[in-house]
Design a protein around this ligand. Structure first.
Ligand code: ZN
Length: 271
């Protein structure tokens, strides 16, 4: 785990050093990066953000919304459980859960960074202000996905209970944002066979877990000291949204990764 200040400083250095990740040791200048002339056609690598922050900006490496890979096959007629994405590209995936705190700067941040997160939302939070959450889909291109109606621990609960929580949430989100959620994440990451059965019966493509998380402005890794290609990162709609999201973006720059839409890498397949 890194201190926020260190991560921020390192990422700011990365952000100001053209678009390449910060080298691990001093290296010879790369041709083309040491010229004094700045062309007006070069997209910015960072822009001013809310609260005096600097927001790293990412260019889309392909046309978003086009399938890049199918979801892995499920087994025993159940949907697959996905913990990371297999990819040979420098891609990483950001997911944002629950919806408990509606931070006013969240939409602007996503748009500024040019990043499209996947949101796993609970009915009980979305119904407080459906328009707030729909705007992420309509104005930032975010994917809206299911996380149960009331955020219970599903593990060990009867199938009917789980089905109500999961399908009910999907029905509600579809009615609110106009699209059927394709991905499901169980609250607390806890699930059992009945969860997978219910999620399969409700029509989901994959049950999505995570391999790294952001808390209090710090990116935490399950293994190793950096983000790796294919990592699925978890954060939440909290009061610390700006610190958390910027910490994630900075970490991506530092580790030479590009956040791309999870949906594009979990295209529909049948279990
Ligand atoms: Zn949750």
């Amino acid at each position: 785990m890194r201190k926020v200040g260190v991560a921020v400083a390192a990422a700011l250095i990365a952000a100001t050093a053209a678009c390449a990740p910060a080298p691990a040791h001093p290296a010879a200048p790369v041709a083309g990066t040491s010229t004094t002339a700045t062309t007006t056609t070069t997209p910015p690598t960072a822009v001013p953000g809310p609260g005096g922050t600097t927001v790293p900006v990412f260019q889309h490496p392909y046309r978003y919304g086009t399938a890049q890979a199918n979801a892995p096959a499920g087994e025993d007629g159940l949907l697959p459980v996905v913990r990371r994405i297999r990819t040979d590209k420098p891609y990483v995936f950001i997911t944002i859960d629950d919806g408990a705190v509606r931070h006013p700067a969240a939409l602007e941040l996503m748009r500024s960074a040019n990043v499209r997160p996947s949101l796993f939302l609970n009915t009980k939070h979305v119904q407080e202000d459906p328009a707030y959450f729909k705007a992420f889909q309509d104005e930032a291109g975010a994917g809206v996905h299911a996380h149960t109606a009331s955020h219970p621990n599903l593990q060990g609960r009867p199938y009917d209970f789980q089905r109500r929580e999961i399908c009910g949430n999907a029905d509600y989100l579809e009615a609110q944002v106009g699209k059927r959620p394709k991905l499901f994440r169980p609250p607390f990451g806890n699930y059992d066979h009945a969860t997978r059965k219910a999620a399969t019966d409700c029509g989901f493509t994959a049950l999505v877990m995570w391999t790294a998380a952001v808390n209090d402005g710090v990116v935490q890794f399950q293994a190793g000291g950096k983000l790796n290609a294919g990592d699925i990162v978890l954060m939440h709609f909290r009061r610390t949204f700006v610190e958390d999201f910027v910490a994630f973006l900075e970490r991506c720059k530092q580790d030479g990764l590009i956040p791309v839409p999870l949906e594009d890498h979990l295209a529909v397949t049948r279990p």
